[in-house]
Design a protein around this ligand. Sequence first.
Ligand SMILES: *[C@@H]1O[C@H](CO)[C@@H](O)[C@H](O)[C@H]1NC(C)=O
Ligand SMILES: [Ca+2]
Length: 322
Amino acid sequence: MYLSCNLFIILLAHFVHAEWNTKDFLKREHSLIKPYYGSGLDIPFWQFTGSTIITPNYIRLTDDAPSKRGSIWNLMPLNVRNWELQVHFKVHGNGKLFGDGFAIWYAKEPLIDGPVFGSKDYFQGLAVIVDTYSNHNGPHNHQHPYVSAMVNNGSLSYDHDRDGTHTQVAGCEARFRNFGFDTHLAIRYEKDVLTVSTDMENKAAWKQCFQVTGVRLPTGYHLGISATTGDLSDNHDIISLRLYELDLPDDPQPQEDRSNIIPSAKFFEPPRDHVEDPKPSSLSGIKIFFLMLLGSVAIVACVVLGIMFYQKQQEKSRKRFY
Ligand SMILES: *[C@@H]1O[C@H](CO)[C@@H](O)[C@H](O)[C@H]1NC(C)=O
Ligand SMILES: [Ca+2]
């Protein structure tokens, strides 16, 4: 009984994680998993700054108090071409209004304090920004909290007044605050395709937030995560970061040296106030086909009935006149 129950749990776990290649390799030196501390007083391979505190069960980047900034950065450069970072986090607080949010970094320069959710502006690399507070007063084209990605070669500034919308490559709305269950976010970077997914509905399943192609990032940058509060605040807690090197048997692993390329994205979203895309029809192709078929049959039937009716009328009128 015990054995079969165990087996069931293992099978269930497999089912839940079926989406992930089991050969993907967890890189311990780029991950942050409980217990955080090694043998000494340091977290091996990681360094934290500002308001960050380490507890046995979570890493708190900011507490629910105004004007805090905290970060934690991986000191080992990530020399992996295709990877996935899974972030287990918890954002919670008492305020009716809350902010500002956190950012997950793959950046050239780690540990630099700054205005972009606790880190450097004009950065080089990738930022996935989890923005809980809407700063702009103009018309909204999305709700907050909002998850977006920004790819920067060092020339762009993150504009808080517009919530970064004019420099983002893509984004999606997401709700995750004050939930009683676990919330996760995954950043997958595979063959220059960037996919951000969330697991925030207590379903133990990933839901795609957005996917963009043509994102070029060099190897050798640093992973990090930072958070900030302003007038409004929240607890920004990280429970774990897991970095997987992706196992891509079909990828010939081009020998291109990626260490010196400049971060770039082929596509940027058009600036704010763009017209929302029409909602995709919920009808599938086959349903549309059958509806059209039904429609044509109805039209043919109407025409036939019309002709018959017309002929009847003609006959009647003939009878009347002759
Ligand atoms: C950096 O990015 C900006 C904006 O996307 C672009 O105009 C510029 O040419 C880029 N510079 C380099 C050196 O790639
Ligand atoms: Ca904001």
